[in-house]
Design a protein around this ligand. Structure first.
Ligand code: HEC
Length: 286
């Protein structure tokens, strides 16, 4: 009996979570073909070293592990390492976590296994990161001056803003809200309300609220870049970066898959040979 009620409670919880996800941002699919593309991985490593290691570390990763994506010690030293780190060191960060917390309100997390850490039932870690890193918009009301459609009120600024160029953002949220009772409308009640927030490129917002008679709760967003070509170039740069983050989360994944294919090929051939030997062996005895 107890397990039935526990089961029901679990089912109710799952349904609540599914309901909540209707309010979450749609994720763009990360172009997964870049996972094994050496050029993309190298470009991602460059972006990571230049743009992310200022604040984040990757303390499970040694510089010379980048040999696996076809970078040699000379290239690593010349293009990726700043300061006096050696190729045998891990990718640590100069900033101390205490200062970081003081500046940003939150310490930037270590990114070594961030893709795996953000894998969830509803989405893959790669889609999440691909959308998060391209999901920033200017918002005057936050401390950093930035906000994010995937992670509202994130305390990380938009790292690619200069390359991306200014963008306007439109956020549309439909949700049930308590509407105070109007004189002629009886007691306060829940109404479906649509809020459209239009952020201009400077982060100044115009809000528009309308009550809806019908509709589904949900959240949608869209961006209007002033320079679409520049924004598209950043999309591609971020896709490479996510390929790198994905590789860093499990550097042996490609090798493991390659070995898996060989192991299966070997088994297939071995079964064939076994079959043939078996028939040859029994031919004269029968
Ligand atoms: C100026 C410092 C700074 C730089 C540079 C920076 N970040 Fe961050 N990042 C932060 C801070 C602070 C947080 C914590 C934000 C929070 O939880 O509100 C964060 C959080 C994150 C998160 C976690 C989001 C989550 O779901 O919890 C990811 C992923 C991330 N950063 C990726 C990156 C990548 C990739 C780069 C390089 C393109 C980068 N960051 C560059 C400061 C920075």
């Amino acid at each position: 009996m107890r397990s039935i009620s526990q089961g029901l409670a679990a089912a109710a919880w799952v349904l609540t979570c599914l309901g909540a996800s209707a309010q979450e941002a749609r994720l763009d699919p990360w172009p997964a073909e870049r996972a094994a593309d050496l050029e993309a991985l190298q470009s991602g490593a460059r972006t990571f070293a230049n743009y992310c290691l200022n604040c984040h570390s990757a303390s499970l990763m040694r510089w010379n592990r980048l040999h696996d994506i076809a970078l040699d010690d000379k290239q690593i030293k010349a293009n990726l390492i700043f300061g006096d780190q050696r190729v045998t060191d891990t990718m640590t960060v100069a900033m101390n976590p205490h200062d970081a917390k003081l500046w940003f309100g939150k310490a930037p997390p270590d990114l070594s296994v961030i893709v795996r850490a953000r894998n969830a039932v509803e989405h893959s870690g790669t889609d999440y990161l691909y959308t998060l890193l391209r999901g920033f918009y200017r918002d005057r009301s936050t401390q950093t001056g930035w906000n994010n459609v995937v992670y509202p009120n994130i305390s990380m600024p938009n790292i690619f803003w200069e390359r991306q160029g200014p963008r306007e953002a439109t956020l549309t949220r439909i949700e049930y809200q308590d509407v105070p009772a109007a004189a002629d409308k009886g007691p306060s009640r829940q109404r479906l309300v649509q809020t459209v927030s239009q952020f201009d490129a400077n982060g100044v917002a115009v809000l528009n609220r309308t009550e809806l008679d019908q509709g589904e709760p949900g959240f949608a967003y869209g961006f209007r870049p002033v320079d679409p070509a520049a924004a598209k170039a950043v999309d591609s740069q971020v896709a490479d970066l996510v390929a790198y983050l994905n590789w860093m989360s499990e550097p042996a994944a490609q090798t493991r898959r390659r070995i898996g294919v060989w192991a299966i090929a070997f088994l297939v051939v071995f079964v064939g040979v076994g079959w043939w030997l078996n028939s040859v062996f029994w031919r004269d005895i029968r």
